[in-house]
Design a protein around this ligand. Structure first.
Ligand code: SF4
Length: 222
């Protein structure tokens, strides 16, 4: 469930072209209509995404409502906006797990790919803090030309040390900012999902109406 279109980062491969502007699902709508209807349809677990779900001002309350309806909750986050207080609350609610995205294991490559050079340290610290609370479910990575193969060994080592169940390698989806121009798509396919222009920031985000499939490749090394 995409609870917000907004995100504090600007990843080169973002398949929903998230940015600073966008809409949030209202807590009231989720509490009064959406989540009760899902529960009535026998949905037992929901995954909250965005944009960045922790950019939504009511994300913890949304999780609380879902847990009140006896639904488990997974959040997919970039790990840069998750406060200690939020983690403590989520851990106390039970049946809450968190996936964190990390594209390789270097501040330079991850930061450039994510449009935020300082994000790597913050995200790794969040992964460790989630692991300490038993909240970490997995790490999600999009292989890219900025990361060396050896970085994925470090990624798996971090996941293992923090109690994660898996590392998922999600191939670059040809959607949103990951799509680029037709010529770029062809180059990307030939280069094994290489992004030709990871520094591009000036293009107007394109909104897509189609659903966002999560492409899961093989789990690595766990
Ligand atoms: S891929 Fe995730 S973290 Fe990156 S801009 Fe999109 S929503 Fe934000």
């Amino acid at each position: 469930m995409q609870i917000t279109e907004r995100c504090n980062l600007h990843c080169a491969h973002c398949f929903v072209s998230a940015g600073r502007e966008g809409l949030d699902l209202a807590l009231e709508d989720l509490r009064e209509r959406v989540l009760p209807r899902l529960r009535a349809a026998r949905v037992s677990r929901v995954t909250l995404t965005g944009g960045e779900p922790f950019a939504h001002p009511d994300v913890v309350d949304i999780v609380r409502v879902a847990r009140g309806l006896r639904m488990g909750v997974t959040l997919c986050t970039n790990g840069t906006l998750v406060s200690e207080e939020a983690m403590d609350t989520l851990a106390a609610l039970g049946r809450v797990s968190v996936n964190v995205s990390l594209d390789g294991f270097s501040a330079r490559g991850h930061g450039k790919f994510r449009g935020a050079p300082a994000s790597f340290e913050r995200t790794v610290a969040t992964v460790r803090a989630l692991g300490e609370r038993g909240l970490l479910k997995g790490l999600l990575a999009t292989p890219n030309a900025l990361a060396d193969a050896s970085e994925y060994e470090e990624l798996c080592a971090l996941a293992r040390s923090c109690g994660a169940e898996y590392v998922l390698m999600n191939p670059l989806a040809s959607m949103g900012r990951g799509a680029g121009t037709p010529a770029r798509r062809r180059r990307g396919a030939a280069a094994g999902y290489r992004l030709a222009d990871v520094g591009a920031r000036g293009r107007r985000p394109r909104r897509r109406a189609d659903p966002v499939p999560q492409r899961r490749a093989a789990a690595v090394g766990l």
